[in-house]
Ligand binder design. Structure first.
Ligand SMILES: Nc1nc2c(c(=O)[nH]1)N[C@H]1C(S)=C(S)[C@@H](COP(=O)(O)OP(=O)(O)OC[C@H]3O[C@@H](n4cnc5c(N)ncnc54)[C@H](O)[C@@H]3O)O[C@H]1N2
Ligand code: MOO
Length: 414
């Protein structure tokens, strides 16, 4: 059996090609852009008001004080979207501006409406102190300048990027196509019915992985449930998918040592490269992976226990997807262990854990009770995975542990 490090090395070597496509930037959430994108415009496009108020020329206030005030004539009101051009500006005049309005030439600062003293007929404002230049003004290009980088190639596009794209007039972008994943559940006991007899099990794994595809970067194609005697059907389905647009086949279950665990039996008969079966991890030990020789296709056999399937998706399929889509490998973030923990020294354990923040701003990690790979409740209560490394069996309270986000594996927070 190989260790996780070796398995990851094999996965990195087993890259399959994913094509590019051009899509609307507004539809790009969670997609991966394939080149650096730079702004072709300044933002803000022109200098404008950050506050509702009155624009003046600050020089005209230099000598003003309580005893020496000056009236400024209100010329007009300019709103966001109005043409700001005013011809021939005389001395001691002002324009009323709304937030977002362009500042007409000749004015260089804004007094917020709350601080304005109007004279009785409201045709003038009275100023009785020196007003600083450049107050409450947003300068052209003070956020993005032409040629500023908006997003680096190989980033997972987030809503904030969509905001930037739409602000800067980036309407279309080139992204990686979503890999097509054909997913098979296995087992005579697995059922999609609500009502089941005690010897049946409701299918949850395929729905879990399908739900991940909704906020993530792959298409989920349900291959249905393969029964214990469906070896030939499975082989046929793989052969069919070789000729199709399927990029990755994933099975859940039927991968360990039992009589009906047919996945390795069928897969091993194919023309493979980069094969491994069994990794020194828990949960998920029986995992299988291979590339189909001569084709840009890969196959993962995930163990059937729900938490084994989800851990293997998180720690094998997800890094594999990142790699084939050209995203940099994730780095874990660290948190202090809240409780002592011990495990078998030889294996890595992916543990359902809860991350909290202390009052003094430290991240703490609690290993939850109920780590068995059939237990869903602790998974629901968890908010991160703790990775407890191999080569060590005892982990003491206060030790730093590698954490990986669990919240739909699309968030590279750190
Ligand atoms: N003699 C051995 N027995 C087992 C070994 C071993 O090395 N030697 N490994 C154990 C480990 S570790 C795991 S994990 C499981 C994985 O087994 P399989 O991948 O072959 O999975 P199944 O036996 O088909 O199912 C396991 C378990 O999960 C339930 N299941 C399966 N599919 C689904 C689904 N789509 N939705 C919900 N639940 C599912 C299934 O009913 C079983 O209870 O093997 C150990 N045994
Ligand atoms: O290692 Mo299995 O994956 O016990 O659940």
């Amino acid at each position: 059996m190989i260790n996780y490090k070796k398995a990851k090395k094999i996965l990195i070597k087993s890259k399959i090609k994913i094509q590019d496509e051009i899509i609307k930037s507004s539809k790009a959430l969670n997609r991966i852009n394939v080149s650096d994108i730079y702004s072709t415009v300044n933002y803000p496009a022109a200098t404008n008001a950050a506050f509702d108020g009155f624009a003046i020329n600050s020089n005209e206030t230099n000598k003003l004080n309580k005893k020496n005030s000056q009236n400024f004539k209100i010329l007009k009101t300019i709103s966001a979207g109005d043409n700001p051009i005013i011809n021939k500006i005389k001395k001691n005049v002002t324009v009323e501006v709304m937030t977002g309005a362009l500042i007409p030439r000749g004015f260089d600062t804004i007094i917020p409406i709350e601080k304005i003293i109007f004279n009785r007929d409201k045709k003038y404002i009275q100023i009785n102190k020196k007003i600083k230049k450049n107050q409450h003004i947003r300068f052209a290009g003070s956020d993005y300048k032409k040629k500023d980088l908006i997003i680096k190639k190989g980033s997972i596009i987030q809503s904030a990027h969509v905001l930037a794209f739409k602000t800067l007039g980036v309407t279309k972008i080139k992204v990686k196509k979503k890999p097509n994943i054909l997913f098979f559940s296995t087992g005579n006991e697995i059922s999609n019915n609500k009502k089941i007899v005690n010897w049946k099990v409701r299918n949850s794994n395929s729905h879990y992985i399908n739900s991940l595809s909704k906020n993530f970067m792959f298409n989920f194609i349900d291959g249905g449930i393969l029964r214990d005697k469906d070896t030939k059907l499975f082989k046929k389905q793989i052969e069919k998918s070789i000729k199709s647009k399927i990029d990755i086949i994933i099975t859940s279950g039927a991968v360990s040592a039992g009589k009906y665990d047919f996945v390795p039996y069928v897969v091993k008969k194919l023309n493979l490269s980069n094969f491994f079966k069994g990794v020194l991890i828990r949960p998920g030990k029986p995992i299988l992976f291979a590339k189909l020789k001569g084709f840009e296709k890969a196959i993962f056999g995930l163990p059937g226990n729900p938490i084994s399937s989800s851990a293997c998706f998180r720690f094998f399929v997800y890094p594999y997807l990142l790699n084939i889509l050209g995203v940099k490998a994730e780095k874990p973030f660290k948190a202090k262990l809240k409780n002592d923990y011990s495990k078998n020294k030889e294996i890595i354990r992916f543990l359902k854990a809860r991350l909290t923040s202390t009052k003094d701003g430290k991240l703490e990690l609690e290993v939850l009770k109920g780590q068995e790979s059939f237990k869903i409740k602790s998974f629901v209560q968890s908010n991160v995975w703790g990775l407890f490394k191999d080569g060590q069996s005892k982990f003491k309270k206060g030790e730093l542990i590698d954490c990986f986000s669990a919240i739909g594996p699309n968030k590279n927070f750190f």
